[in-house]
Design a binder for this molecule. Structure first.
Ligand SMILES: Nc1nc2c(c(=O)[nH]1)N[C@H]1C(S)=C(S)[C@@H](COP(=O)(O)OP(=O)(O)OC[C@H]3O[C@@H](n4cnc5c(=O)[nH]c(N)nc54)[C@H](O)[C@@H]3O)O[C@H]1N2
Ligand SMILES: Nc1nc2c(c(=O)[nH]1)N[C@H]1C(S)=C(S)[C@@H](COP(=O)(O)OP(=O)(O)OC[C@H]3O[C@@H](n4cnc5c(=O)[nH]c(N)nc54)[C@H](O)[C@@H]3O)O[C@H]1N2
Ligand code: SF4
Ligand SMILES: [Mo]
Length: 702
């Protein structure tokens, strides 16, 4: 097992070279995983990779400036240990750091049992890292306590897709299929800012005559490219979907042959939708009955309707039911499985898709297998070379895990790989207290993130261009990020950290640090599972612009489109689900009369740990977007400070006054520490997704 320091640059033979002589790789950020060419090993620049079909050479400004974090002065290059009494950091060698961490983990487990150590992963990790992390938790640590930040991302859509279709792949078709649709409905997606090169496909769809519908409480940059814009009250998308179903059923627009031949459960939906007549929907959603009718008319009797959800619809305590209701709409129209039509979820993080397939999730093993399924345990244990009975069971979901830290019976030590929890978790003040209650917090990161700053030990890891690994993009396309330059001296990959700790913990099995070797093992572990990677190799990915899973054997072409003949359920039929609108967990009242929603801006990524450090990206800080009517009532003008308060905390930010938002709603981006101190920690009962997208707030001039 090699636990070397700086990784040598892979030989030319192992990387594929772009036209400019650079290395073909992919952006470090979102799930579009735009192809790019990196040129130069010392001063690395970004050049287009025009042949890669998803983005065709286009990048957003985050992609163009991504090399700004290579060789950055704030880059961590030495393992650091913090003295809790003085708060001072000191640099240590890798051996000292790994010895210390392993010793303390063993102490915690000796005193409190295996589950006293938790692991928190990330949807930005490569498939290889996600896979090794899940195996490390279950085998080297023997803990059930592992989950990851993807729980806050698309878990509601994942849960709904699994229930409706028997499988969860963000888009069951290539993104470019959007161009051939007749109607594209975007529910809670601002893709013009969150995956800008994807907007080209929407624009082409419109050039081809398609109608684009955007449903969002704000008239976003995406809405600017749409034909129909509906601005519902945050947290009411479920009622809206039921209203659409009601009208489709009443108007006789249900594809009865499809419903009879390819689905089950429609009768119950017919009943539940009956209660959602347009005027009732208008009262709940704020969308006029006439607008709802116009939407239903637009969808009725079309050849190809595509419904795509994103975090606006999903990050709610009823997020999975909301997705189920929109899937019901797509099924009633007979769309899923039809070419250039159907339902899809726009996943978020770079490896939002793959990150949830290989065992980082509390209830899953590689290949999207369930950890409490005896056959799944037997298969994976055999690949790992351990006894099935030695594998722990289900652990806690991300927020529940954080909530339990340092409590009686909860974990007392945690390893974090790839998440800046303090900024991105809901009810963040409470979460920070839980992190501070731990006996040991270890964070692996590139930079001293807000979460790393709370740790006892920080381990500096390689980033995208300095290492090789696969990612699975929003289409289920497995792509290869190739190393383009050597890692800085002193920095190691997460794979090295995992292997080094596993050896020190006396793991019964070895952990490889070679990504290609790990990928081959991941392929075997996933074989026969839903997300089957067994036939995918690095060479195939290079040659084919990525390979779509499932790809069960070397001769299999991969599966760009799912569901043409059958769904992944036991009987091959899709399931309708009769769901009802409950509304947000916290409703507005006289004390907290405004809906607070949160989300993203184009120039920043997530917790901002990476993008706030990139000089070429504007870093203006958080703001509270509000309508002039609300601003007028508060007596504030654009740019003036306001206090946004919820039952959990308050922040002071400048007002950004704009007519594009509903007058009863305030929007604050979450890229800067603060707004998550306000956000509610109510969870979706099925997906355990926190309600990031709506809570009750009071806004005042500060
Ligand atoms: N620039 C940038 N791009 C990113 C990221 C980033 O941080 N920055 N992150 C990546 C990740 S991990 C993700 S998950 C994706 C997220 O991508 P999106 O889901 O597109 O992003 P958000 O801004 O979180 O939410 C989308 C929209 O939901 C709206 N919304 C709020 N509440 C509601 C509601 O109740 N109903 C409806 N229908 N809409 C509502 C917001 O106004 C917002 O415009 O972006 C990815 N791309
Ligand atoms: N209010 C509100 N909160 C939200 C959301 C929202 O819409 N509103 N959205 C939620 C969503 S969808 C998401 S995805 C989460 C994301 O929130 P986070 O989980 O905080 O995501 P990032 O900011 O991407 O954090 C990644 C961290 O890992 C580091 N990192 C990058 N690559 C690697 C690597 O290879 N290895 C290691 N060890 N570290 C690495 C980065 O420097 C960074 O510190 O936020 C959620 N929080
Ligand atoms: S859209 Fe996403 S993957 Fe593409 S360049 Fe921007 S951040 Fe990177
Ligand atoms: Mo996300």
């Amino acid at each position: 097992m090699s636990v070397g320091t700086a990784l040598p640059l892979a030989s030319d033979g192992a990387t594929s070279r772009g036209a400019a002589g650079g290395t073909r790789t992919h952006c470090p950020y979102c799930s579009l995983q735009c192809g790019m060419t990196l040129v130069g090993q010392r001063r690395t620049t970004v050049e287009p990779w025009t042949e890669f079909p998803v983005n065709e050479g286009a990048l957003c400004r985050k992609g163009w400036s991504a090399t700004g974090l290579l060789g950055h002065r704030e880059r961590l290059t030495t393992p650091m240990v913090r003295d809790r009494s003085t708060g001072e950091w000191s640099g240590v060698t890798w051996d000292e750091a790994l010895d210390l961490v392993a010793r303390r983990l063993r102490e915690v487990q000796a005193g409190h049992g295996p589950d006293a150590v938790a692991v928190f992963g990330g949807g930005g990790l490569t498939n290889e890292k996600a896979y090794q992390l899940g195996k490390f938790a279950r085998v080297a640590l023997g803990t059930s306590q592992i989950d990851y930040n993807g729980r806050w991302c698309m878990s509601s859509a994942a849960s709904a897709s699994t229930r409706a279709f028997g499988i969860d792949r963000g888009l069951p078709f290539p993104l470019a299929d959007v161009e051939q649709a007749d109607v594209v409905v975007l529910v809670g997606s601002n893709l013009a800012e969150t995956m800008p090169p994807a907007a080209r496909h929407l624009d082409r769809a419109r050039e081809n005559g398609a109608q684009v519908v955007v449903i969002d409480p704000r008239r976003t940059a995406t809405a600017e490219r749409a034909d129909v814009v509906l601005q519902p009250v945050p947290g009411t998308d479920l009622a809206l979907a039921l209203g659409v179903l009601h009208l489709l059923i009443a108007g006789g627009h249900v594809d009865e042959a499809y419903v009879a031949g390819r689905t089950t459960g429609f009768e119950a939906v017919r009943e539940s939708a009956a209660a959602w007549w347009p005027e009732r929907v208008e009262r709940v959603t704020g969308v006029a009955a006439s607008e709802l009718r116009a939407l239903a008319d637009l969808l009725a009797d079309r050849e190809r309707v595509m419904v795509l959800t994103a975090r606006g619809a999903e990050q709610h305590a009823q997020g999975s039911d909301t997705v189920l209701a929109w899937i019901d709409v797509a099924l009633a129209l007979g769309m899923p499985g039809r070419q250039y039509a159907g339902y899809g979820c726009l996943t978020g993080q770079g490896n939002g898709q793959g990150g949830r397939e290989h065992g980082q999730k509390a209830d899953q093993l590689p290949g999207y297998r369930m950890i409490d399924d005896p056959a799944a345990r037997a298969h994976v244990a055999a690949v790992w070379g351990v006894e099935p009975d030695s594998l722990p069971g289900r652990g806690r979901s991300a927020y529940e895990l954080l909530d339990a830290l340092g409590t009686p019976g909860g974990p007392r030590a945690m390893l974090v790989h790839g998440s800046n929890i303090v900024v991105s978790a809901p009810r963040a003040t409470h979460v920070q207290e839980r992190l501070e209650a731990l006996d040991l917090l270890v964070v692996c990161d590139l930079v001293m993130s807000e979460t790393a700053a709370l740790a006892d030990v920080v381990l500096p890891v390689t980033q995208w261009a300095e290492e090789t690994g696969t990612m699975t993009n929003l289409e289920g396309r497995v792509i290869l990020r190739q190393q383009a330059r050597p890692a800085p001296e002193g920095v190691r990959s997460d794979l090295d950290v995992i292997a080094g700790l596993a050896a020190r913990l006396g793991s019964p099995i070895d952990f490889s640090t070679d990504p290609e070797e790990v990928f081959a093992e991941l392929g075997r572990a996933s074989a026969g599972g839903k997300a089957d990677y067994a036939g995918i190799t690095y060479d195939r990915i290079r040659a084919e612009h990525g390979v779509f899973w499932p790809c069960p054997s070397p001769g299999h072409p991969g599966t760009p489109r799912l569901f043409a003949d059958s769904f992944a359920t036991p009987d091959g039929r899709a399931r309708f689900h009769a769901v009802d609108h409950r509304g947000p967990a916290e409703v507005v009242d006289a004390d907290y009369p405004v809906h607070l929603t949160t989300g993203r801006v184009l120039a920043q990524y997530q917790s901002g740990a990476q993008t706030r450090r990139i000089a070429d990206l504007p870093d203006d800080g958080a703001f509270a977007e509000m309508h002039p009517l609300l601003a007028g009532r508060l007596g504030v003008a654009d740019g003036m400070p306001v206090t946004v308060r919820t039952r959990r905390g308050e922040i002071r930010v400048p007002a950004r006054v704009t007519t594009t938002i509903r007058p009863d709603t305030v929007f604050v981006p979450f890229h800067w520490l603060g707004v998550n101190r306000l956000v509610n920690d109510a969870l979706d009962p099925a997906s355990r997704m926190p309600e990031f997208k709506v809570c009750a707030a009071r806004v005042e001039a500060a």
